[in-house]
Design a protein around this ligand. Structure first.
Ligand SMILES: Cc1cc2nc3c(=O)[nH]c(=O)nc-3n(C[C@H](O)[C@H](O)[C@H](O)COP(=O)(O)OP(=O)(O)OC[C@H]3O[C@@H](n4cnc5c(N)ncnc54)[C@H](O)[C@@H]3O)c2cc1C
Length: 544
């Protein structure tokens, strides 16, 4: 590793790889990941990537579907830009060698699926492991490129802001090595979402909101953080981390029932009480109904029952789900599956334009970490992989179109006043407390009282964590916890400032949807180093 690169990219999900591959013929790239290459959510994406390629489809129809899902809060221009670049994104992936599922009967030669909210078939996929196939193909390209230095097991700690722009970042080896300052002409944040801020999530362990927290501390505006998409059915088991039970299970006849802990109501099917479409109601309604029943009865999970369907059908249609459940001793042909709603997608993030530019010169963001305005108050299925490719490549184009800024030597990391901690157990406790607090008080259904309770607890946790950060050598757990507490604060402050229910944000105290949709924008006060800078959330500024 050198100490200076043209561009440092944080994160090797689809957004990071798309950016790196577009830039690498022209710039020296340092590509960093705190895990291994491509270990993020991109690899886990099952369904596919949406784009208008079929001549019978239209840009208007895809834009319209996205705006409807986004409940009035999408940025219309950004939505159109991303969708208009969909065909180019698919072509680029095909050119890289991605093998989408073929269909010789279709005039395009590819099989297109349709998902909830899409008015037609427009989802390119690779069976049910689209993300893995894409990532596997791009990973090989990245490893083979001479201009890309790949640094795995290294965590971005913070951005370095000098002379009013981003001039690099601090990196730490996950093995708790020293923190190193890296100088760069430009830095790209592509570090994914923040699902780990909740107790239950479908996201991988790396989804700790590091990018949002770093950008916030560096002076960027952060938007729409109250819109967290919850997947209604994640496997509930003490040893099963983040295993999603596909919505297709309900589509094929799975029934949601109350578990034995519901006492006299045990075994009762409850979805018909909530919506006439019962188990086939949209994702957010099912998640909200499960949450309602769990809170009403004080139960930890509900049951998803498919045992009435033929065993051969279940094994044929859901081989992965039945095998995974079996690993945990659940035979889905005879037993119900315990499930909970789980945080799935962070719709908000770092405010960027359609070139991925943030408020801080020299700093870009792409993928789930950013907020272009595409997802509004609710993400349309399969639009996120699309955004990763389109914005990742747009970031690269913007960097290539500009005169490269001069390298400014970054100030070295100073930890001369800290020592090793003797009580790391505090970090584990605070992780747990924060995630439970978010799950209990800032979940699918919200009230002002619960949000205020969460805010008080988060503030106390923040003080404790910041004191810890100022006193001890940093570790991955401590850094992630510090980021999570910042992200939690942003989610709660955003939720409290929205006096309506819209899309994924549902408040019992503000059940109506206002006529005018306004994004929630949290603005730190000025850039670091400028008078009045205060990157804390205690008094957020809500800008129109
Ligand atoms: C189970 C599941 C299924 C999904 N299915 C679909 C689907 O079918 N279609 C669709 O469009 N979307 C889907 N999504 C959403 C989609 O996968 C993600 O939004 C998208 O892949 C995010 O890509 P990304 O490049 O922004 O981040 P990621 O792919 O999450 O990559 C982020 C990377 O950054 C690294 N990183 C994070 N912080 C740091 C740090 N501080 N220092 C260094 N490295 C860091 C991580 O280790 C990780 O490798 C799904 C999500 C999940 C969880």
């Amino acid at each position: 590793m050198e100490s200076t690169y043209d561009v440092v990219i944080v994160g090797t999900g689809l957004a990071g790889l798309a950016t790196a591959l577009r830039l690498a013929d022209h710039r020296s790239i340092l590509l960093v990941d705190k895990q291994s290459l491509g270990a993020g959510a991109s690899d886990w994406a099952q369904g596919g990537i949406a784009a208008v390629v079929d001549p019978h489809d239209s840009i208007e129809a895809h834009v319209n579907d996205t705006l409807i899902a986004g409940a009035g809060l999408c940025d219309a221009a950004a939505t159109r830009y991303i969708i208009e670049h969909g065909a180019e994104a698919i072509q680029w992936l095909i050119d890289q060698g991605v093998a989408f599922t073929p269909d010789s009967a279709h005039e395009l030669g590819f099989h297109l699926t349709r998902e909830g909210g899409h008015s037609t078939r427009r989802i390119f996929h690779a069976a049910d492991s689209t993300g893995h196939v894409i990532q596997q193909t791009l990973r090989e390209k990245v490893r083979a490129h001479a201009n890309i230095t790949l640094l795995e097991q290294h965590m971005a700690v913070d951005l370095i802001i000098q002379e009013g722009r981003c001039v690099g970042l601090y990196l730490q080896s996950i093995l708790n090595g020293p923190v190193t300052a890296i100088s760069a002409r430009q830095v790209v944040l592509a570090n994914g979402g923040a699902g780990k801020v909740y107790l239950y999530t479908t996201n991988p362990d790396c989804a700790t909101g590091d990018g949002v927290a770093m950008a916030w501390r560096a002076g960027c505006r952060i938007a729409n953080m109250e819109f967290i998409q919850f997947h209604p059915t994640c496997l509930y088991h003490p040893y099963a981390k983040s295993f999603l039970i596909s919505e297709a299970v309900r589509g094929e006849g799975g029934l949601l029932k109350l578990p034995p802990s519901a006492g006299a109501e045990s075994g009762r099917r409850f979805m018909p009480d909530h919506d006439e479409r019962a188990e086939l109601a949209p994702r957010d309604i099912v998640a909200r109904s499960i949450d309602y029943e769990m809170k009403r009865l004080g139960i930890d999970y509900v049951h998803l029952d498919v045992s009435h369907l033929p065993a051969s059908f279940l094994h044929e249609h859901f081989p992965t789900i039945s095998a995974r459940c079996q690993e945990f001793g659940i035979d889905i042909t005879t037993q119900p599956i315990p499930v909970v709603p789980a945080a799935h997608y962070t719709c908000g993030g770092i405010v960027t334009d359609t070139s991925g530019r943030t408020d801080v010169p020299g700093l870009y963001a792409a993928g789930e970490v950013g907020c272009t305005g595409l997802h509004g108050a609710n993400r349309l299925a399969s639009n996120s992989l699309l955004e990763c490719v389109v914005i990742g490549r747009a970031v690269a184009n913007d960097i290539l179109d500009r005169e490269p800024p001069a390298v400014i030597p970054a100030v070295p990391w100073d930890d001369s006043r800290v020592r090793d901690s003797a009580e790391d157990v505090v970090i584990a406790h605070n992780w747990d407390e924060l995630r439970r607090c978010m799950w209990n008080y800032v979940g699918v259904v919200r009230t002002t009282k619960r949000l205020e309770r969460a805010q008080r607890r988060i503030e106390m946790l923040r003080e404790e964590i910041n004191e810890y950060y100022a006193s001890f050598h940093v570790t991955r757990d401590l850094l992630e916890l510090r980021n999570l507490v910042d992200v939690a604060g942003l989610i709660v402050a955003s939720a409290l400032s929205r006096h309506e229910s819209r899309g994924l944000h549902y408040s019992l105290d503000w059940p109506d949807t206002l006529a005018r949709a306004v994004p929630t924008v949290m603005a730190p006060r000025g850039l670091p180093g400028t008078p009045g800078h205060r990157p804390h959330i205690a008094a957020p500024v809500r800008a129109a």
